[in-house]
Design a protein around this ligand. Structure first.
Ligand SMILES: C[S@@+](CC[C@H](N)C(=O)[O-])C[C@H]1O[C@@H](n2cnc3c(N)ncnc32)[C@H](O)[C@@H]1O
Length: 208
């Protein structure tokens, strides 16, 4: 029932562009794993956040093949820009082809390398940050990126359930994801909601 309803929810979410469909297809065909791809529901939710908050400066930590990046880039206002951090050139290759196909390459700045280091060097401030890279580093990413989030800005974090691991906390990733969940809950600067969509998605707004 739950699986059926998940599929029903997906089917009742707006259709993807051709370039986003290309990402889904190329990821499945060229990589052995496509389960890291954020997909239609989260991609569409991010687009709605960008449009309703008029976000123009966006940071994504962990781009993979560019699904969320392109979902947001397609609705960026004039002059808007997305910075996306990714360490794997194979993944970047698929993303770059899709960005080119969509004619949106100019709006996306990919920083290749270890995001743990590149995020410490960022100088800009962002209206929206999508955190979706190595889970063990989630608490450290939040410490480094909170100052980079503008007042009123949104932090969106994927995989906050870590496939249920946050309940048992038996491995390092689950412990780290749980730690971030607690940090956000207890941070008076952040107003947070955790949604039980897919593997859990948190949306947290920086109050000031
Ligand atoms: C779950 S996937 C991201 C999915 C993507 N946001 C989307 O919308 O499809 C996680 C990505 O983070 C990247 N990643 C993990 N650790 C990283 C690090 N330390 N630096 C840069 N990229 C990293 C992985 O290579 C992978 O592409």
């Amino acid at each position: 029932m739950n699986k059926q309803l998940q599929e029903y929810a997906k089917q009742h979410t707006s259709e993807e562009s051709e370039a986003l469909k290309f990402i889904v297809k190329a990821t499945a065909e060229e990589l052995q794993y496509d389960d890291m791809l954020s997909g239609r529901q989260i991609g569409t939710l991010l687009r709605l956040f960008v449009q309703t908050s008029n976000a123009s400066q966006i940071l994504e930590v962990g781009m993979f093949t560019g699904y969320a990046t392109l979902s947001m880039a397609e609705v960026l206002p004039e002059g808007g820009r997305i910075t996306a951090l990714e360490m794997n050139t194979l993944y970047m290759g698929i993303a770059e082809r899709a960005f080119e196909m969509a004619g949106l390459k100019d709006r996306i700045n990919i920083i290749h390398g270890n995001a743990r280091e590149s995020c410490k060097e960022l100088k800009d401030s962002y209206d929206l940050i999508f955190l979706d890279a190595d889970k063990q580093q989630y608490p450290q990413y939040f410490k480094d990126l909170k100052p980079r989030l503008k007042p009123g800005g949104l932090l969106v974090v994927d995989n906050v359930f870590w496939y249920g691991g946050v309940l048992e906390k038996n491995d390092r990733k689950s412990i780290a994801v749980h730690e971030l969940n607690e940090m956000l809950l207890n941070d008076p600067d952040m107003e947070t909601v955790m949604l039980d969509i897919r593997d859990g998605l948190t949306i947290s707004r920086k109050r000031k």
